[in-house]
Design a protein around this ligand. Structure first.
Ligand code: PNS
Length: 179
């Protein structure tokens, strides 16, 4: 009897930090895969303004999906296609929020296909309420003392609220110096 292989999807990203938009995309991808591996890149592509190290980004992903058996997490440091091959992934999942995401995503998808054609890149759109959400905005709002509780889950929120050693309070008074 032939054993049916589970369909594996890989959902790569920087996840600095994972937002509710990312969570939504990961859960949606279960519609086309039996297992989804959220793959946290050790070196984020847009390192400028990065906040969390890879271990912490991975820990947040693991905590967010705790108890969801079909969603796993790992970190990776090499090429995405090498990991996809290793995991025998059928799909690479990427979230698309707006047209502005498209050029970068299209380029990556085509390049990944040149490198290894064994997986198809599938673009999923998050719920409309997350279409404006990005990890970089979450980082900025949080750094400036804004409330991001509707955009990230508790394991992320807890870490964002943790005071950084030597850092001045983020919710500072407006600078009203009079001349
Ligand atoms: O969340 P991001 O920063 O948009 O994710 C980008 C990521 C990590 C998916 C991309 O940079 C990536 O795949 N990096 C791994 C290295 C690699 O394979 N580079 C070639 C991509 S065509």
């Amino acid at each position: 009897m032939t054993r049916v292989q589970p369909v594996v999807a890989i959902y790569p990203g920087s996840f600095d930090p994972i937002t509710k938009g990312h969570e939504d995309v990961a859960r949606r991808s279960l519609a086309i895969a039996d297992r989804v591996v959220v793959a946290v890149a050790q070196t984020a592509s847009q390192t400028k303004g990065s906040l969390f190290g890879v271990e912490e980004r991975l820990a947040m992903v693991q905590e967010v999906f705790q108890g969801e058996d079909r969603i796993e997490a790992c970190q990776f440091g090499g090429l995405l296609v090498d990991l996809a091959q290793e995991l025998k992934a059928r799909f690479v999942i990427r979230g698309l929020r707006a047209v502005s995401d498209f050029e970068y995503e299209f380029q990556m998808a085509q390049m990944n296909r040149e490198l290894w054609s064994g997986a198809e890149t599938v673009f999923l759109t998050p719920d409309q309420k997350y279409s404006f959400l990005s990890a970089s905005l979450v980082r900025e709002i949080s750094r400036l003392g804004g409330d991001v509780s509707q955009f990230v889950s508790e394991p992320v929120l807890r870490r964002l609220r943790r005071p950084t050693e030597g850092e001045s309070p983020s919710r500072s008074e407006p600078d009203t110096t009079k001349f």
